[in-house]
Ligand binder design. Structure first.
Ligand code: GDP
Ligand code: MG
Length: 448
């Protein structure tokens, strides 16, 4: 991915004393290739490289930063500038309901995102109503119904009354839904529309009419980040026709880690307002340019992780664990199991690992993430569950016969039990020694 490539580009700068025309040139060439390979639009890359060169060359070498850090900082600043400095605001109507039109090609994630957006609004104290005007595929309307039910959001189903699928029916449903939203006191109306495999006149015409009819505050273009430049092109086309107010990039949990985000903003001039990070309704977050840039540059998305952790984790428990782990006593298997359960609340281990920086002590962790076997997580918990309280408190008493019993009880093998105990002992020791010198804290800080 782009992160790895950029990391490699920066490596060539490492160990150089000063920034010269020569060594920045080389790094820039590599950055250029990395961005192009990550599917960033050619014009965007050109602009970016020009800006970076202009800023870097002739700049005095700062004593506080190594040349590599200095260039990374410039690249980072420029990428953030490109994406827009702040998180984009969401527009609400002065007179409710606020209407949000979801536009995009088929399969881009409109229906899924409609649900995510409704859940996000609900969390913010709003009362959204969902409606699907995708009358062309019965399954599409059913899909939104299921999503709405799962998040307990209001849905206007409407009655097709056997009417032929077409723009007239779409307009009727949209009108009825808005009336329903007003009657039931919903302050936002999310309109999930039909997509097509390709942009065609029928689709454009229907969108145009919906826009004229509903006069929406937000027209969001839902773009599949995995489709790279195709997403950029269709966003551009939609924007020229309907004046989008923002973009939602879906499937950002996949490999496409930034190319599309960078280009789409530059080409349409419209902000990316949200990103989708998975199929579940809560795999959705406002777009933070600075965080995405850090992710692109391989610094991980620590802020997102921290925010998530704050929301879901028991802070005191985590602190207690850290204190204990770093102390002379070390943490017990019981503490370890508690931590596992906490971590599980954050989502899959894989998604957590992907958010960690791929530098410093975490080098290689992103690749490791791809090989993580989630079921192993469950097996580790099962093994610890099969221990007695005494065993969990003191792993040293777990003899051969006890190991056999634990393996049987947890449906695992003695080998697996051995492996877990070995890893646990290692980790425990590592934490304890880190606690002595404050090394771990320093290491963690250094990587940010
Ligand atoms: P629509 O045709 O535009 O309404 O697209 P859907 O909402 O039906 O989504 C198409 C597929 O993409 C479904 O399988 C979704 O589960 C999946 N999807 C949508 N958003 C995301 C996302 O952010 N991450 C991942 N991994 N899958 C997504
Ligand atoms: Mg759909």
């Amino acid at each position: 991915n782009l992160s790895d490539k950029l990391q490699r580009a920066f490596k060539s700068l490492r160990g150089q004393g000063t920034i010269t025309e020569e060594n920045i040139g080389e790094a820039l060439r590599e950055i250029r290739v990395a961005l192009l390979e990550a599917d960033v639009n050619l014009n965007v890359v050109k602009d970016l490289i020009d800006h970076i060169r202009a800023r870097a060359v002739g700049q005095e070498v700062m004593t506080a930063l190594s040349p590599t850090e200095q260039v990374i900082k410039i690249v980072r600043d420029e990428l953030i500038a490109l994406l827009g400095k702040d998180t984009a605001r969401f527009k609400f109507a002065s007179q409710p309901p606020t209407v949000i039109l979801m536009a995009g090609l088929q399969g881009s994630g409109k229906t899924t995102t409609s649900g995510k957006l409704a859940a996000w609004l609900q969390k913010g104290g709003h009362r959204p109503m969902l409606v699907s005007v995708d009358v062309y595929r019965p399954a599409a309307r059913e899909q939104l119904k299921i999503v709405a039910k799962s998040i307990k959001a209001n849905l206007y189903e409407g009655d097709l009354k056997g009417e032929t699928a077409g723009t007239a029916l779409v307009e009727r449903l949209a009108k009825e839904a808005r009336r329903e939203a007003i009657i039931t006191g919903c302050d936002t109306l999310i309109v999930d529309t039909a997509g097509r495999l390709h942009i065609d006149e029928d689709l454009m015409d229907e969108m145009q009419r919906l826009k004229a009819l509903l006069n929406p505050q937000e027209i969001l273009f839902i773009a599949d980040a995995m489709t790279g430049q195709d997403a950029v092109r269709s966003a551009d086309e939609f924007h020229k026709r309907f004046s989008l107010t923002g973009i939602v990039l879906t499937k950002m949990d996949g490999d496409a880690r930034g190319g599309a985000a960078l280009s789409i903003r530059h080409v349409t001039g419209q902000p990316v307002k949200f990103i989708g990070m998975g199929e579940k309704p809560d795999a959705f977050e406002p777009f933070h340019p600075d965080r995405i840039v850090s992710r692109i540059l391989g610094m991980g998305d620590i802020m997102t992780l921290i925010e998530k952790a704050e929301e879901k984790l028991d802070r005191k428990k985590s602190e207690d664990f850290a204190k204990k782990a770093l102390s002379g006593d070390g943490f017990s298997l019981e503490d370890f199991r508690d931590q596992l359960r906490q971590i599980k609340k954050l989502g899959s281990l894989q998604s957590i690992m992907k958010m960690l920086p791929s530098v410093g002590p975490f080098q290689g962790i992103q690749q490791m993430a791809d090989q993580v076997d989630e079921s192993q997580f469950t097996r580790v918990e099962a093994i610890i569950n099969s221990m007695t309280k005494k065993e969990r408190a003191n792993h040293e008493i777990i003899s051969g016969s006890r190991r056999k019993r634990i393996a049987n009880g947890s449906g695992t093998s003695v080998q697996e039990v051995n492996q877990l105990l070995r890893q646990y002992a290692q980790m425990r020791k590592m934490f304890k020694s880190a606690g002595k010198g404050g090394m771990l804290q320093r290491k963690l800080m250094g990587s940010l």
